[in-house]
Design a protein around this ligand. Structure first.
Ligand code: CA
Length: 218
């Protein structure tokens, strides 16, 4: 899943980006409001972490620009201010959640996952396909109640296909949600991971559409 982190304080931005990358998110960073709005409209992010006090364009204006363009990307606001009026203003501008600095990174990650889940209209984080049970929060897969260990990348691919069941996802779409710089990824990397998933979970789960990509049938 791809996240945009907008924060002008470089140390905080980098530490956020690093923690999110450790949690298997692909992360883009932005340090000012204008750049953030440009990126938010250019890239199909799964969620945006947005600081309110930013140079060039305040967070509220970035948020408003995103919503005016008709984008429903989940946005989690970060702020140093914590008054009822600030919260109400943020939510009125179309924010989905709100976190006051200082915060614990684990809470930010939990809230981001909840926002993404809600946005993708899968409130129940466990998906069952045949004898497989895929827990999207714990990031674990079970076959007949026995856990099948997947690597982070393998789970990431499975997750995208499960979240978009019935839709074909191209290799590019899958790479963009997995890697910080998809252009540096070997062209067959996705195929290699898919082959590993099939070895572990069975050949029938993920279908190949020649020349298009992969899907899990709805
Ligand atoms: Ca700031």
């Amino acid at each position: 899943m791809r996240i945009l982190v907008v924060e002008d304080e470089p140390d905080l931005r980098r530490s956020l980006a690093r923690s999110l990358a450790d949690a298997q998110f692909a992360v883009d960073e932005s340090g000012d409001g204008e750049d953030a709005l440009f990126r938010a409209l250019e890239v199909d992010y799964d969620a945006i972490v947005l600081d309110l006090m930013l140079p060039l364009k305040p967070g509220e204006a970035v948020l408003e620009g995103i919503r005016r363009a008709g984008r429903t990307t989940p946005v989690l606001l970060l702020t140093a201010r914590d008054t009822i009026a600030d919260r109400v203003r943020g939510l009125n501008h179309g924010a989905d959640d709100y976190l006051t600095k200082p915060f614990v990174i684990d809470e930010l990650i939990a809230r981001l996952r909840a926002l993404i889940r809600r946005a993708q209209q899968q409130p129940w984080p466990v998906v069952t396909i045949g004898s497989l049970r895929i827990d999207l929060v714990q990031r674990r897969v079970y076959r007949d109640d026995v856990e099948v260990p997947l690597t982070g990348r393998e789970f990431g691919i499975l997750e995208q296909l499960v979240r978009h069941r019935g839709r074909i996802l191209t290799r590019t779409m899958l790479s963009e949600h997995l890697y910080n710089d998809a252009s540096e990824v070997m062209s067959n990397a996705i195929d290699v991971h898919v082959a590993a998933i099939r070895r572990k979970l069975g050949a029938g789960l993920i279908e190949t559409r020649r020349g298009q990509g992969y899907l899990i049938d709805a």
